[in-house]
Design a protein around this ligand. Structure first.
Ligand code: NAD
Length: 278
C-alpha cells in the first residue's frame, strides 16, 4: 500500500522557512494581484493568496479592473506596477476575459517580478537548468518528489499532459536531473499508446483534467504517482488516476484533494521571495 504524499505538511515546513526569510530581511515585500472582471474561481484564489501572504508578513495588494478593459490598458497597468519599486511581484489572475491573451499579457510582466514563472525569460532559464522560479504547479510537484528523496538518474519519468504550467517545465526539470522523460498528451491517447507509456513509469505525473483517465492497474509496482488533475464528479473532487487501485501498487501517491493543491500557493510565495532575491 502506497504512502500518501500530502502537500499540506510540506507547505507548512516551507512557510516557516519563507516567514523567517521575510522577517530577517530589511526589505518589505509586496505582491500585487490584477484581476480583470469578477470571477468566483479567482475570488477564491485571491482570498487564499491574501491569507497566505499576510501570514508570511508579505503585503498583498489586490487590483480589480473592469471586465471590458482593453489589453492595452491592462498592459499599461502592468507597466505601472513594473515601475513601482514598492511592488516585488505581480500576478495576473486567470481566467482573463475572452478578448485577452494570457500568453501575450504575461510577457509584459518584468521577469524579476514574474512570480508565476510564465515570462519567456524565466521559461528559457529552465532549459539552461538555471531557473530559480518554476511555474507554481510544477514547483509543487518537484517539492513533493524531492521530499521523498528520489534519486532521479535513469528513472523512467512519464508525464501525462504537456501544458506550459505543468508538463513542459517538469519535463525539462526532470531531464536536467537525468531522468529518462516521456511526455504524453492527447496525441498519445489517440494513437492508443498511453497505457504502454504509463506502465513503464517509475515516476508518473498526470495533469490532464479527466477523471479516471489513468487506470489503477496501469501503475507500475512501487511507482511514485503525482496526480495534478482536479475533476468534480458529483459532489466529490477527484484526480485523473484511479486512486484505489493505484494506491495498492504505488510506493507513494498524492491524494486528490490534498496532494499538489495545498502547495501551489506556497510556491507562489516562495517564488516572490526568490524573485526579490532575499
Ligand atoms: P491543460 O488543460 O492546459 O492541458 C491538458 C493536457 O492534457 C494537454 O497536454 C492535453 O494534450 C492532455 N490531454 C487531454 N486529453 C487527454 C487524453 N485523453 N489523454 C492524454 N492526454 C490528454 O492542462 P493544465 O492546465 O496543466 O491542467 C491539467 C489538470 O491539472 C486540470 O485538471 C487542472 O484543473 C489541474 N491543475 C491542478 C492544479 C493544482 O494546484 N492541483 C494546478 C493547475 C492545474
Amino acid at each position: 500500500m502506497a504512502k500518501l504524499l500530502e502537500g499540506k505538511l510540506i507547505a507548512d515546513q516551507l512557510k516557516n522557512i519563507i516567514k523567517s526569510k521575510v522577517l530577517a530581511s530589511s526589505r518589505r515585500l509586496k505582491l500585487s494581484s490584477i484581476q480583470v472582471g469578477v470571477n468566483p474561481a479567482s475570488d477564491v484564489y485571491i482570498k487564499s493568496q491574501k491569507k497566505n501572504a499576510e501570514l508570511l508578513g508579505i503585503e498583498y495588494d489586490a487590483h480589480t479592473l473592469e471586465k471590458e478593459t482593453s489589453e492595452e490598458r491592462l498592459i499599461e497597468y502592468i507597466q505601472k506596477l513594473n515601475d513601482d519599486a514598492s511592488v516585488s511581484g505581480i500576478i495576473v489572475q486567470m481566467p482573463l476575459p475572452l478578448h485577452m491573451d494570457y500568453k501575450k499579457i504575461s510577457q509584459y510582466i518584468k521577469p524579476e517580478k514574474d512570480v508565476e514563472g510564465m515570462h519567456p525569460v524565466n521559461m528559457g532559464k529552465i532549459i539552461f537548468g538555471k531557473a530559480r522560479i518554476l511555474p507554481c504547479t510544477a514547483a509543487a510537484v518537484m517539492e513533493l518528489l524531492n521530499s521523498i528523496g528520489i534519486h532521479y538518474s535513469g528513472k523512467e519519468a512519464v508525464i501525462v499532459g504537456h501544458s506550459e504550467i505543468v508538463g513542459k517545465p517538469l519535463a525539462l526539470t526532470l531531464l536536467d536531473k537525468l531522468a529518462t522523460v516521456t511526455v504524453c498528451h492527447i496525441g498519445t491517447s489517440k494513437a492508443g499508446k498511453l497505457e504502454e507509456h504509463v506502465r513503464r513509469a517509475d515516476i508518473l505525473i498526470v495533469a490532464v483534467g479527466r477523471a479516471g483517465l489513468i487506470k489503477g492497474d496501469w501503475v507500475k509496482e512501487k511507482a511514485v504517482v503525482i496526480d495534478v488533475g482536479i475533476n468534480r464528479v458529483g459532489d466529490k473532487i477527484v484526480g485523473d488516476v484511479e486512486f484505489e487501485e493505484a494506491e495498492k501498487r504505488a510506493s507513494f501517491i498524492t491524494p486528490v484533494p490534498g496532494g499538489v493543491g495545498p502547495l501551489t500557493v506556497t510556491m507562489l510565495m516562495r517564488n516572490l521571495v526568490e524573485a526579490a532575491g532575499i
